[in-house]
Design a protein around this ligand. Structure first.
Ligand SMILES: [Zn+2]
Length: 341
């Protein structure tokens, strides 16, 4: 089959790779219909992280079940399924606690020994715990479903971790796909004021459509000052970037007693000054988003039409052109790229 392969920084190619097969009775084989390029994939593309040349890539996909192992009970052949960004058994103490990313028998797509989502098919370990079956009527609405694989649960995780609720003033740091998802999630959880700090005024219209009430564009102290004059400080800060500057900003714009929900994968973060949190009783919560935990609840709202993150996708490419998709995201010509397989 064909799949995207990481061949080094700035170099993603579509290559022939071995067809996946059922290896364990708990596996399923999924024919991928659509995939997406995630922020995590983009960091790899830029040369950060542990990915070695020749490894597969892609964490977000949906498709149709082709085959299941003897012990698989829920997904059946022909079902349309979404895979969250991590696979998990759904039965260990961490999964039962809603922390599927810590599953004792789990892992992430495209890690050594596992297929990536950007390819024609994927062997899904622990299929019962991992896959979520979606109504066939939604099978054609890939752009509404695919955000559920990672980006929308990540925004939701930031909001939940920061304690977003009614009458809260929420700050979202970062206007990438996760940040904009965090805006949607905050409004869904009842926030009446969502102030976005970003670098891309061209995304303002989308931000407004998702529920941004005020936006501040810029860098450093000037942006922080503007944010404080607009809002007076935030009760909940959603850090959706993962860079040192974003974390520093998040601390500075938090009101005393606020909680920062951080979901940006830390890159080049040197450290945090605990003293800046301690005296002001600022909490820090969040981390790797357990997408599987949130997927059923968010899917219900997608099915009912109350939640629609599909406008995040502003470019769609065929699998053979996946390299163009990476270029578009790397150069910020695209916010989020969908891949038709
Ligand atoms: Zn588990």
């Amino acid at each position: 089959m064909r799949a995207a392969v990481y061949e080094g920084p700035g170099n993603i190619r579509v290559e022939q790779v071995p067809d996946p097969e059922i290896m364990l009775d708990t596996d399923a084989l999924v024919a991928v219909s659509h995939a997406a390029i995630s922020g995590n994939d983009l960091w790899s593309y830029r040369g950060y992280g542990q990915r070695t040349p020749g490894s597969r890539i892609g964490r977000e996909f949906l498709g149709v079940v082709q085959d299941v192992g003897a012990d698989v009970r829920t997904p059946r052949r022909g079902d349309v399924v979404i895979a969250p960004s991590a696979f998990s058994d759904g039965t260990c103490e961490y999964c039962l606690a809603g922390l599927h990313t810590s599953c004792v028998d789990g892992g992430f797509w495209a890690e050594p020994g596992h297929d990536g989502g950007q390819g024609e098919a994927v062997r899904v370990p622990n299929a019962d715990g991992t896959l979520v079956v979606v109504p066939r009527s939604l099978a054609g609405s890939w752009a509404r479903l695919l955000p559920l694989a990672d980006v929308l649960p990540a925004g939701h995780h930031a909001a939940v971790s920061a304690g977003v609720g009614y009458r809260k003033t929420v700050a979202v740091v970062g206007d990438g796909a996760v940040g904009l998802s965090a805006v949607l999630a905050s409004r869904r959880l009842g926030a009446d004021r969502v102030v976005l700090l970003g670098h891309h005024p061209e995304r303002a219209e989308l931000g407004q459509a998702f529920g941004v009430t005020e936006a501040v564009y810029g860098h450093g102290e000037a942006a922080i000052e503007q944010f404080m004059s607009v809002s007076g400080g935030a009760d909940c800060v959603l850090e959706c970037v993962g860079a040192q500057s974003a974390l520093d900003t998040a601390i500075k714009i938090a009101k005393d007693g606020a909680t920062i929900g951080y979901v940006g994968t830390p890159h080049l973060v040197e450290g945090l000054d605990l003293g800046s949190l301690f005296g002001r009783n600022i909490g820090l919560a969040g981390g790797a988003s357990p997408a599987r935990a949130y997927l059923p609840t968010l899917l219900a709202d997608v099915i009912s039409g109350r939640l629609d993150a599909s406008p995040l996708f502003d470019l769609s490419v065929a699998l053979r052109d996946v390299a163009d998709g990476y270029v578009a995201m790397d150069t910020r010509k695209a916010l989020k790229v969908g891949i038709g397989v």
